[in-house]
Each structure stands twice: as structure tokens, then as C-alpha cells.
Design a protein around this ligand. Structure first.
Ligand SMILES: Nc1ncnc2c1ncn2[C@@H]1O[C@H](COP(=O)(O)OP(=O)(O)OP(=O)(O)O)[C@@H](O)[C@H]1O
Ligand SMILES: [Mg+2]
Length: 243
């Protein structure tokens, strides 16, 4: 049986109930409920500082203190370490993309392949097809790539670990429009292939709406609105997202 066939199409891929999280004394998340269905893209929206990154970090097991339940593919994961969550199929591309600047592009990819083994190596060609610039730049140091190229490398690297849920924190932040289009195309292609869901934190709302099926809007640590992305109207955007 292949790994992919173990993913149920009937139950949610990710299901979060009453999630609370804090840093030291400050409470950041105040009881979040959220569901990510199999093979769907969820946009996580909200103004600066409302807790979007903290929610992603909670899903990955990177927050100092959390309460509530997080189930991945039907299994509770809230007690697992972040590396164990990664091995179950959670792939995380943090805000600000953390590639290794002093390693070449190829070496950056090798780090993921060394974790994922043959399954990762098997995906290299697919990553080159999604982001041709990665293949062109294999010999260059990660740090000399443009911001957009680094973002593509960060996403490509995460894909080599064969995630079932890919978590992207503001992939378009500070990058040029042509590369934003390429990242949007990549998200559509990945979705078409099936077997992958994506949580996308995004400030760029046209992109978020075009790339996602459903959305959640956070405000001060709570979900204030959720729905289908077709319903992200300018009225909703003005009310909850315009600064
Ligand atoms: N390491 C930390 N220690 C204490 N407080 C923190 C820490 N990181 C973030 N916070 C606070 O937690 C709150 C939520 O931050 P978070 O980064 O989750 O928001 P965000 O929605 O991702 O914001 P942005 O849109 O700016 O990325 C903010 O008030 C922030 O100041
Ligand atoms: Mg953030």
C-alpha cells in the first residue's frame, strides 16, 4: 500500500478544536476551531499581529504553550514534537523563508532529500518543472537568489518531504508580481495532482482568493469569519481586513 492511500478522503485532513496558545503571559490564540479538508486550499487571513503565524506554529508544535486538540488524518497530534509532525506529513514554509544562504541551491535541496530519502529524490523533477528557475540556479548560493527565487526554493524544498499538508506563511511577501503568478500556478497544479492540502497565510487578497477554496479570518486570536473563498467580497474585505 502506498503512503498516499492511507489518507482518508472522508474525514478532515486537519481538524482543530478550541486551540489556545500563549507566549509567556500573553494569550495569543483564544479558542480556534478550524478544518482543512483533503485536497483543498485554505486561506488564513487577518490583519498584522492577529495570530496567523502563531496558529501555524501551533499546528507545527512550535509554540511554547498550547491547549485544545489538533487532529491530523484522524490522529491527535497535539502532544507530538514538531519533527514527529513533519514526519506524519506536515510541511512548513515559515514567513521570511528559511533557506540556507551559504549552501548552494542543490545543497539546499539535498538537505530535504536526506530527510525524505528516495521518495524525496523521486520528486526532484517535479519540483524543477514547477519552478524551472530552481534547476537553472542549482550551483548558485541560496543567499544570492532574489526573494522570489528563495521563496520558490523554500516551497520546492518542502515538497521534497512529500507533505500531505503544506503550510505557507505569506509566500508572496516582498516578491515581484511575475513570481507571485508562478507561485499561484504552482498551487493550482499541486492541487490538481491531488493528495495535498495547503494552508496559505496571505496579505495579498487577490492571490489568496484565486488560490484558495475556503478562508478563515482571524482577529485578535479568534476566528471572526470563515467560508468559501468565492464569498470573499469587497464588503468582507473592508470590514475585516482593510487597515
Ligand atoms: N516570540 C514571541 N513572544 C511574545 N509575543 C509574540 C512572539 N511572537 C509573536 N508575538 C505576538 O503574538 C501576536 C501574534 O503574532 P503573530 O506573529 O502570530 O501574528 P501574525 O498574524 O502572523 O502577524 P503578521 O501579519 O505581522 O505576520 C502579536 O501580538 C505578536 O506581537
Ligand atoms: Mg505572521
Amino acid at each position: 500500500m502506498s503512503e498516499d492511500s492511507q489518507i482518508s478522503t472522508k474525514q478532515p485532513l486537519l481538524s482543530i478544536e478550541n486551540l489556545k496558545a500563549s507566549y509567556d503571559e500573553s494569550i495569543i490564540l483564544r479558542g480556534i476551531d478550524m478544518v482543512v479538508k483533503p485536497n483543498s486550499v485554505v486561506a488564513l487571513l487577518g490583519r498584522n499581529g492577529v495570530g496567523k503565524t502563531s496558529l501555524l506554529r501551533s499546528i507545527m508544535g512550535l509554540m511554547p504553550k498550547t491547549e485544545g486538540s489538533i487532529c491530523f488524518n484522524g490522529e491527535p497530534i497535539q502532544e507530538l514534537r514538531s519533527d514527529q509532525r513533519a514526519r506524519l506529513g506536515l510541511g512548513y514554509v515559515p514567513q521570511g523563508r528559511d533557506i540556507f544562504p551559504n549552501l548552494t541551491v542543490q545543497e539546499n535541496l539535498e538537505v530535504s532529500v536526506s530527510i525524505a530519502g528516495q521518495a524525496g529524490r523521486d520528486r526532484l523533477e517535479e519540483v524543477y518543472e514547477l519552478f524551472p528557475v530552481i534547476k537553472e540556479m542549482l550551483g548558485r548560493k541560496g543567499g544570492v537568489l532574489s526573494g522570489g527565487q528563495q521563496q520558490q526554493l523554500a516551497i520546492g524544498r518542502a515538497l521534497l518531504t512529500n507533505p500531505k499538508l503544506l503550510i505557507l506563511d505569506e509566500p508572496t511577501e516582498g516578491i515581484q508580481p511575475s513570481i507571485i503568478d508562478q507561485i499561484e500556478d504552482a498551487i493550482h497544479l499541486l492541487k490538481q495532482q491531488g493528495n495535498l492540502s495547503i494552508i496559505l497565510v496571505e496579505q495579498y487578497l487577490d492571490f489568496a482568493k484565486a488560490a484558495s477554496d475556503e478562508f478563515y479570518i482571524l482577529d485578535r486570536g479568534s476566528v471572526v469569519l470563515a467560508g468559501e473563498s468565492d464569498d470573499l467580497t469587497s464588503g468582507v474585505i473592508d470590514k475585516y481586513l482593510t487597515v
